[in-house]
Design a protein around this ligand. Structure first.
Ligand code: 6PG
Length: 275
C-alpha cells in the first residue's frame, strides 16, 4: 500500500491513498492507534452517516473484528436525519446494517439519536446524554474521535452552507425554519452540544453536533473518496474564498489533530473546461 503525505498544512494533515480501500485502511489504522492510547476508560467515538461510512464499516467488520476492542467503544452519531430508525434515510439504520449487527458493541454503548422524536426536544435530550457521559474541557464535552464526511456542497455533519448559526460565535439552538432561537437557559454559560438544522434542498430536519463540539474533539478524521469530491476538496485544500462558505472549512479542532483521509480520485484537482 503506497501512502503519501502530500500536504501537511498548519491546521490539517492530508493523507492520500491510491484506492478507497487503502484510504479506509489508513483511517482505521490511525483510529486504532488513537484507541490504543486510551487505557483507563471507554473510548468516545462519533460517526457520520451518508454512503462513505458504510464502506468503511464493512472494512471494520471484514478486517478489524479482533484488532480493536469494540466492547469499550461508546458510539454516538455526528448527526441524524429526523426519520424513524427503520427508514432508509436513517444513519442509525445504515450503521446497524453495516456495523452494529456484525461487531460486538455493547448495547449500552450505542447512543442513538431518536430521529422519530421532536427534533428540538431530541437535540436537547441527546446533548444532555453527551454532557453526562463524556469528559469535559473548555466548557464542552470531548469526543476522543469524530469521523466526518464532506458533501460536494461543502457541508459536514448536518451543517449546510448559508447556515446563519454557524457564523455566530455561540451556536444557539435555532430552528432555521422559524428563525426562532430557543431559550438556551438550560446551557447557562455553556454552549449547546446539538442543534436542529434543515437540509436546504429537501427541508429535511436534522439533529447535528454543533461546530464547537466538533472542534473540541481530541481527533477529527475526515474521510473523502470519489471523483465527485474533487471540486470541493480542491477549494478546501487551497483555502479559496469559495471554501470560506463551506461548513467543512470551519472544522479546525483546537487539538490541531485534524486529518483528511482521501483517495487519489478525490484528491485529483478537477479538470477545468477549456475557456
Ligand atoms: C449525513 C452525513 C453527511 C455526510 C456527507 C458526505 O448524514 O449525510 O453525516 O455529513 O458525511 O454528506 O456523505 P457521503 O459520504 O455519502 O458522500
Amino acid at each position: 500500500m503506497r501512502r503519501n503525505i502530500v500536504f501537511c498544512k498548519p491546521i490539517m494533515k492530508i493523507i492520500i491513498n491510491d484506492t478507497p480501500k487503502d484510504t479506509y485502511v489508513a483511517l482505521t489504522e490511525a483510529m486504532s492507534e488513537v484507541f490504543k492510547k486510551i487505557h483507563d476508560r471507554d473510548v468516545f467515538l462519533a460517526v457520520s452517516g451518508g454512503n462513505t461510512p458504510a464502506r468503511l464499516f464493512d472494512l471494520w467488520v471484514y478486517k478489524y473484528e479482533h484488532q480493536i476492542d469494540w466492547h469499550r467503544v461508546q458510539i454516538f452519531w455526528v448527526d441524524e436525519r429526523c426519520v424513524p430508525p427503520g427508514d432508509n434515510e436513517s444513519n442509525y439504520r445504515m450503521t446497524v446494517t453495516h456495523l452494529l449487527s456484525k461487531l460486538p458493541f455493547m448495547q449500552k454503548h450505542i447512543h442513538r439519536i431518536h430521529g422519530e422524536a421532536s427534533p428540538q426536544e431530541e437535540a436537547l435530550r441527546y446533548g444532555e446524554i453527551i454532557r453526562k457521559l463524556l469528559p469535559w474541557e473548555e466548557g464542552l464535552p470531548v469526543f476522543d474521535l469524530i469521523l466526518l464526511g464532506v458533501g460536494s456542497d461543502g457541508h459536514t455533519a448536518s451543517i449546510f452552507p448559508d447556515d446563519p448559526v454557524l457564523f455566530s460565535q455561540n451556536e444557539a439552538l435555532c430552528d432555521l425554519e422559524t428563525k426562532v432561537c430557543y431559550d438556551t437557559e438550560e446551557f447557562s454559560s455553556e454552549k449547546p452540544v446539538c442543534r436542529v438544522t434543515s437540509k436546504p434542498d429537501s427541508g429535511q430536519k436534522r439533529v447535528t453536533l454543533t461546530m464547537p463540539v466538533i472542534n473540541n474533539a481530541r481527533h477529527v478524521f475526515v474521510l473523502v473518496t470519489g471523483a465527485d469530491k474533487q471540486e470541493v476538496l480542491s477549494q478546501l485544500f487551497n483555502h479559496t474564498p469559495v471554501s470560506a462558505t463551506y461548513p467543512a472549512s470551519f472544522v479546525n479542532p483546537r487539538s490541531g489533530k485534524l486529518i483528511y483521509f482521501v483517495d487519489r480520485e478525490a484528491a485529483t484537482p478537477p479538470v477545468k473546461p477549456e475557456s
